[in-house]
Ligand binder design. Structure first.
Ligand code: NIG
Ligand code: FE
Length: 412
């Protein structure tokens, strides 16, 4: 088995453990200065406490020099709409004229515009566009990401999207966790018949998705003018019955009860939570649901930011992610999202590291394998051209990932 030594690490910084970190633990990171990591095959097998490398490590097959930089676990982007055709730059002008996100959707644009393009695109076209994004995402330090369907909104096109995710997972170095999000919007053929659409998804698409192992999670957009709480409960209830994991876009624009449902159903995560209310906070804390907060979306939509300090105080584990999609966050730059976490959520650099590593890893059911730098975990690591986490949160717009190591191998 190939032995690789990562040497000259200026600072190793990582959360510890296989579980989601909440409250004070959200900000607990282990820091070791002047150290090294030994990797055997895909797995971390030893971590130094100082720069003195034991003599029995002289027989390694490869040495990677960190040049005194910071080393963290590979980042985890826990929420993306990676697969789509058609960016929506035209909406900028509509927004400048005062149209809101839901105004654009209600007039048949927004998500439905992307649905029209995605339905027309072949699987190959979708694959090529997403593969380019994945390559760039990986170079930026993300080694695991979630990806949703949701721009097909019918059997064939949702399955087409999920198959593209499967192919990307098999053929690129990125680990991609697939989520079925057929309930992302009401397609034109079901206008005024949202209940029937949900039934179709539950009875026709979801069982096929499960049987063919095309998704690990199901997600729904619970929002005014989209799907209500009752429809969300039916959809997530069916997912649970089939043994799929649950997540929910909740309180992105209005608090209609989505986060309360998330807590009650103990979903793995609830997404956005910009407008979360007291009931939602209490339910999520009780249910142990991770808050998947998406500050790039608040930034791009020009709306308020989720109350993350309150969530941490209330013992809700917090993850932050990009929400990469053509409508509400056309950026997949997780390092910029970290800056927003710091400036807009007022999170500390330690809390932020937890929010982009172990917490999303746990929300994706992968906390045992990834998300921290510990002996026995998978060697997904980033060497940064920065001395500390403070620098990463501060230098937005400059990609500081110097060297990305995936399953023990450097990404060329
Ligand atoms: O998470 N709000 C629902 N879904 C995405 C946006 C999708 C789009 O506008 O294309 C989100 O913000
Ligand atoms: Fe989203």
């Amino acid at each position: 088995m190939a032995k690789t030594l990562v040497k000259n690490i200026g600072r190793l910084q990582t959360p510890i453990g296989n579980y989601s970190h909440k409250g004070d633990a959200q900000g607990e990171n282990k820091k070791i200065d002047n150290t090294w990591i030994l990797i055997e095959g895909e797995i971390i097998t030893a971590i130094g406490e100082d720069n003195n490398i034991p003599s029995n490590l002289s027989d390694v097959d490869k040495e990677i020099d960190a040049f005194g930089g910071l080393v963290t676990p590979g980042l985890v982007d826990g929420h993306t709409h990676l697969i789509f055709s058609g960016f929506r730059q035209n909406e900028i002008v509509l927004k400048l004229k005062g149209a809101s996100y839901l105004d654009i959707l209600r007039s048949g644009g927004g998500i439905l515009d992307t649905v029209r393009h995605t339905r027309k695109a072949s699987a190959k076209e979708l694959y090529i566009q997403a593969e380019e994004a994945v390559t760039e995402i990986m170079y930026s330090g993300v080694t695991t990401m979630e990806a949703k369907s949701g721009y097909g909104l019918d059997f064939d096109n949702e399955i087409k999207m999920l198959n593209v995710i499967k192919d990307l997972n098999e053929n690129t170095k990125m680990s991609i966790v697939p989520t079925f999000m057929g309930a992302h919007a009401i397609p034109p053929e079901y206008e005024g018949k949202a209940d029937d659409f949900i039934e179709m998804l539950c009875e026709e698409v979801m069982p096929y998705v499960k049987e063919n192992e095309l998704a690990k999670y199901c997600d729904i957009f619970c929002e005014n003018s989209v799907f209500n709480v009752k429809q969300s409960e039916r959809y997530l209830g069916k997912a649970k019955e089939l043994g799929l994991g649950l997540r929910i876009h909740a309180d992105e624009i209005e608090a209609i009860g989505g986060s309360k449902l998330a807590g009650e159903m103990k979903t793995s995560s609830a997404e956005h939570l910009i407008s979360i209310d007291e009931e939602g906070l209490a339910a999520m804390a009780k249910g142990g649901t991770t808050a998947m907060c998406l500050p790039g979306t608040s930034f791009y939509l020009g709306v308020k930011f989720a109350p993350v300090r309150e969530m941490i105080e209330r013992n809700i584990p917090v993850a932050i992610a990009t929400d990469y999609n053509p409508g509400s966050c056309p950026s997949f730059n997780l390092q910029f999202i970290m800056t927003l976490g710091y400036l807009k959520y007022r999170m500390t650099p330690e809390e932020i590291l937890t929010a982009v590593t172990i917490n999303p890893a746990c929300a994706l059911g992968m906390g045992k394998e990834i998300g921290t730098i510990e002996v026995g975990k998978r060697a997904d690591l980033v060497i940064w051209d920065a001395p500390d986490m403070e620098m990463l949160c501060y230098r937005f717009g400059t990609d500081l990932a110097m060297n990305v190591i995936k399953k023990g191998v450097e990404i060329e």
